[in-house]
Design a protein around this ligand. Structure first.
Ligand code: GRF
Length: 203
């Protein structure tokens, strides 16, 4: 049984895609052991609770400094006892110690075809605003392993999505979610659960 902890910051539509896939058996032999958010009001936490998944908020303002917050976040992740950490719309830079401790055991979904439209400042709608401003005809989503950089870890899988005439950032974001994100993330987790994609081990 693959145990996964999912880290979220917002609406949790990627989390919902994972929950649904586990419940429908599209992700085999996997248990979501915990959902952790840096926002106490993240709707993603409610999604977890509706499905009986332990959910916890670790909020920066509750701690005296960044180091204490990082320590609390790592402690919450460690307590989950997960094999795999999934960043699903998680907008906090992970502490370097966590990256080291969970080398090749943290994956992230990014709503563009990395290395385009990624890195510092490229998250959520901003990604799609930049895509439309540049006028590219194809965008998409990427699942990658997380390393010390921002969206710089080894790419696992990508899926292209057409940019259409008249797209707004919101319309494009929804298409990228529906046609790429919500398909790729469950598929990668299932591959890991099935042993098709190896995690961990390498330092
Ligand atoms: C989405 O744009 C997703 O691509 C990015 O975070 C945003 C919110 O995702 N990773 P979610 O609805 O909270 O899963």
């Amino acid at each position: 049984m693959l145990k996964i902890a999912v880290l979220v910051s917002g609406g949790g539509t990627n989390l919902q895609a994972i929950i649904d896939a586990v419940e429908k058996g599209k992700i085999r032999d996997t248990q979501i052991v915990k959902v952790i958010s840096n926002k106490a009001d993240a709707y993603a936490l409610q999604r977890a609770e509706k499905h009986g998944i332990p959910a916890q908020a670790v909020v920066r303002k509750d701690y005296p400094d960044k180091a204490a917050f990082h320590e609390a976040l790592l402690a919450a992740v460690d307590a989950a006892g997960a094999d795999l950490i999934v960043l699903a719309g998680f907008l906090v830079v992970l502490p370097p110690e966590m990256i080291r401790k969970y080398r090749r055991r943290i994956i992230n979904i990014h709503p563009s075809l990395i290395p385009s439209f990624c890195g510092d400042g490229f998250y959520g709608l901003r990604v799609h605003e930049a895509v439309l401003a540049r006028g590219v005809k194809v965008t998409g989503a990427t699942v990658h392993f997380v390393d010390e950089g921002t969206d710089t870890g080894p790419i696992i899988v990508q899926k292209a999505v057409e940019v259409k005439e008249g797209d707004t950032p919101e319309v494009l974001q929804r298409r990228v979610m529906e046609e790429a994100e919500w398909i790729l993330l469950p598929a990668v987790i299932d591959d890991i659960a099935a042993g098709k994609l190896k995690i961990g081990g390498e330092e």
